[in-house]
Design a protein around this ligand. Structure first.
Ligand code: HEC
Length: 213
């Protein structure tokens, strides 16, 4: 059997298991509680919707940043080795080799909170309190002069902070890209499969396995 057939069989089996249980059978898992959903529902929108209570300043954030982030991102956000640089690079976006950082490139200050809360520190994500995330967000923004050292960042002030590259993003101008509100339901009338990997020859045929003992 070719690898791709094995793969599609595994996929079909997976799909069968995911089907709703037949009458009388017990479904797998359980209905999520409000608490389960709250743990997943941590996204923060550009306009600030989803920001939790809490607050922080750059002064408070510096110590936490040095303890939890600097070993990879550098004491000043300048990066250690090949870890990502977080601050600096303002004005470089038109260069041939732009320096895209949180402060030079990101259009919304709220995304800084969202990302750090969700994903950092790398390897120990979601171990920071909301106050700590607010304080580190303030520290990064103040490091590049976007806010003052003693500016209090919270759910109200963060969405109002204007990022240097806020106007740098434009709608996709290609004519075949849909404009306006994105379609969220029944968007494609019928899915037509126009090609298969095997047909276009990108799936290597299985060769006889070399004998092993
Ligand atoms: C062990 C190393 C490590 C530590 C510690 C760490 N990070 Fe990161 N950070 C990374 C890596 C790797 C990425 C890129 C992740 C990716 O692209 O998926 C990243 C990405 C980021 C980004 C996005 C950068 C961009 O331009 O896309 C931010 C912001 C960030 N980290 C903030 C923090 C903060 C704040 C802390 C401390 C709370 C922290 N990181 C701790 C390794 C680390």
């Amino acid at each position: 059997m070719s690898r791709s057939r094995e793969f599609f069989l595994a996929l079909a089996l997976g799909a069968a298991l995911a089907l709703p249980a037949a009458a009388g059978e017990k479904p797998i898992g359980r209905v999520p509680t409000a608490e389960d959903i709250a743990r997943w529902d941590i996204d923060v929108r550009p306009d600030g919707l989803g920001l939790p209570p809490g607050r922080g300043t750059a002064k408070e954030g510096e110590e936490i940043y040095l303890a939890r982030c600097a070993q990879c991102h550098g004491e000043f956000g300048e990066a250690v080795g090949r870890w990502p640089q977080l601050v600096g690079g303002q004005g470089s976006l038109t260069w041939d080799d732009p320096i895209k950082t949180v402060t030079s490139y990101w259009p919304y200050a709220t995304t800084v909170f969202d990302y750090i809360k969700r994903a950092m520190p790398f390897g120990d994500a979601q171990s920071l309190t909301d106050d700590e995330v607010y304080a580190i967000t303030a520290f990064l923004l103040a490091s590049d002069g976007i806010i003052a050292e003693d500016f209090v960042v919270d759910a109200k002030t963060l969405p109002a902070i204007r990022m240097p590259n806020a106007d740098g993003f434009i709608d996709d101008p290609r004519p075949d890209v849909p404009k306006g509100e994105p379609c969220m339901k029944d968007c494609v009338a019928e899915v037509v499969i126009t090609g298969h990997a095997r047909k276009i020859g990108v799936t290597p045929e299985e060769k006889a396995r070399p004998a092993t003992d």
